[in-house]
Design a protein around this ligand. Structure first.
Ligand code: SAH
Length: 365
C-alpha cells in the first residue's frame, strides 16, 4: 500500500468516512504525496494529453483572443495575465509567442501563474524561459489592481467534486469509506445533506436513486473570477470537458491513458469529473460578470481563425511536419475527437461579446 493510501485509510479510521471531494483533494492535491506533486502527468509517458500539448494553435488562438479583448478594452496598462493550472506552461508560452506583435501588449502584461504543484512550477519556469512570472497558491492571492485576462484549461475538472444521491428522505451525500475487506468503497451518509436545499433547486425532477455532483471548489473559482471581472473588467476563458447542464455522476479515473477505478491506488491515477458550466456561469453572473456559451472548443478555435493559422504554420514546412501540424489541429478541433467534448465558457466584465462569441451566445441570468 502506498504512503498516500495508508494516510487515507488512517484518516477514515480516525475521523470517519470522507466526502468524495475530500478524498479527491487528498488523492490529487496532497502537497507531498498527491498525484500532481509526484509526477508529470502529461504526454505519452503520462496519464493523459491536453490540447496545448497536442497543437500549438490552441494556446496561440486563445492568447490572441485575450489580446484582442485587451485591445477592445482600449489597451489598459497594466493588465493582469493569469493562468490557473498551467501544467507544463505550454499554453502560456504559445499565447505569449503569438501575441508578440500586438503593440504594447507585452509591456502592459503582468504574468501570474496559479499553480499548487512546485514540481510543475519548475517546468513552467523552464518553458517560459526568461519571462518574468509570479506564482501563487490560489487565485485569491493574485493582485487585483488591474483588469484581468485569465485562461484555464483542464483545471476545473481536477478540482474536488462531491456526490449526492436522492432518497426518500432527501439528498444524501455519497462518502468514501473502508469496507470490511479493508478496501476503499463508496457508501451513502445516513442523514440529509446540508446541500439538500441547493440540490432541490437545481435537480427538483431527479428520480429516486439519482446521483448528481456539486463542486463547491469550482463554484468558488467562478465566484472569484466573476467578482474580479465585475470590479476591474476583463475576460476569462475556461476550457474543460463538460456541458451546460449535467444530470448524472461523471467521476472518472484515468491511468496510463486507460480508464481506472477512482478508489483504486489513490494518487496514481488522474481522478476528475465533468464540469457543470451552467452552474459556474450562474455563479459568476451572480457576482456581476457576464457569461457566454459554453461553446464547443473546436467551433471556437475555427471562429478564431484556426484554418488560416494552420495554413500559415504549415507553409514552407517539409510535408511530414506540415501533416503533423494539421493532424494536431484536427485532434483538438474535430467534434469526433476533442472538439465537442471540450467546451469553453467565457466570462467578461461587461456586455461586449468575447472574440469568437456572438451576442446571442450570452447566458441570461
Ligand atoms: N492547463 C494544463 C494542465 C492541466 S492539468 C494543460 O492544459 O496542459 C491541471 C493543472 O492544474 C496542473 O498544472 C495542476 O498542478 C494544477 N492544479 C490542480 N489543482 C489546482 C489548484 N487547486 N490550484 C491551482 N492549480 C491546480
Amino acid at each position: 500500500m502506498s504512503a498516500l493510501e495508508a494516510l487515507i485509510h488512517r484518516t477514515i479510521r480516525e475521523r470517519g468516512p470522507l466526502d468524495v471531494g475530500a478524498y479527491m483533494q487528498l488523492a490529487m492535491a496532497h502537497p507531498t504525496l498527491g498525484y500532481y506533486a509526484t509526477r508529470d502527468p502529461f504526454g505519452r509517458e503520462g496519464d493523459f494529453v491536453t490540447a496545448p500539448e497536442i497543437s500549438q494553435i490552441f494556446g496561440e488562438l486563445l492568447g490572441a483572443a485575450l489580446a484582442r479583448r485587451w485591445l477592445d478594452m482600449g489597451s489598459p496598462m497594466p493588465v493582469l495575465l493569469v493562468e490557473i493550472g498551467p501544467g507544463r506552461g505550454t499554453l502560456m508560452a504559445d499565447a505569449l509567442r503569438a501575441t508578440r506583435g500586438v503593440p504594447g501588449f507585452h509591456r502592459a502584461v503582468g504574468l501570474h501563474l496559479v499553480e499548487t504543484s512546485h514540481r510543475l512550477r519548475s517546468m513552467q519556469a523552464a518553458r517560459l524561459g526568461g519571462i518574468a512570472v509570479e506564482w501563487h497558491d490560489s487565485l485569491a492571492l493574485v493582485p487585483e489592481d488591474a483588469p484581468l485576462l485569465l485562461v484555464a484549461n483542464e483545471l476545473l475538472d481536477a478540482l474536488p467534486v462531491r456526490q449526492f444521491e436522492r432518497s426518500l428522505t432527501g439528498w444524501r451525500e455519497r462518502l468514501v469509506t473502508l469496507a470490511p475487506n479493508g478496501r476503499l468503497a463508496f457508501a451513502t451518509a445516513a442523514g440529509r445533506s446540508p446541500f439538500h436545499a441547493a440540490l432541490m433547486q437545481r435537480h427538483a425532477g431527479a428520480p429516486l436513486g439519482a446521483v448528481v455532483e456539486l463542486s463547491p471548489a469550482r463554484e468558488a473559482v467562478a465566484a472569484e473570477i466573476g467578482r474580479r471581472l465585475a470590479a476591474r473588467g476583463g475576460m476569462a476563458l475556461l476550457v474543460d470537458y463538460g456541458s451546460a447542464r449535467l444530470d448524472g455522476p461523471t467521476l472518472q479515473a484515468v491511468r496510463g491513458h486507460a480508464t481506472a477505478d477512482p478508489l483504486e491506488s489513490p494518487g496514481e491515477a488522474d481522478v476528475s469529473s465533468h464540469v457543470d458550466f451552467g452552474s459556474l456561469a450562474e455563479t459568476a453572473v451572480a457576482r456581476g460578470a457576464a457569461a457566454w456559451g459554453p461553446l464547443a472548443q473546436g467551433e471556437l478555435l475555427l471562429r478564431l481563425g484556426a484554418e488560416a493559422r494552420i495554413a500559415r504554420l504549415a507553409a514552407g514546412q517539409p510535408p511530414e511536419r506540415a501533416a503533423a501540424l494539421r493532424e494536431g489541429a484536427e485532434r483538438v478541433i474535430d467534434p469526433a475527437q476533442m472538439g465537442a467534448l471540450f467546451q469553453v465558457l467565457a466570462l467578461t466584465g461587461d456586455g461586449m461579446a468575447p472574440p469568437g462569441f456572438t451576442p446571442e451566445e450570452r447566458r441570461l441570468p
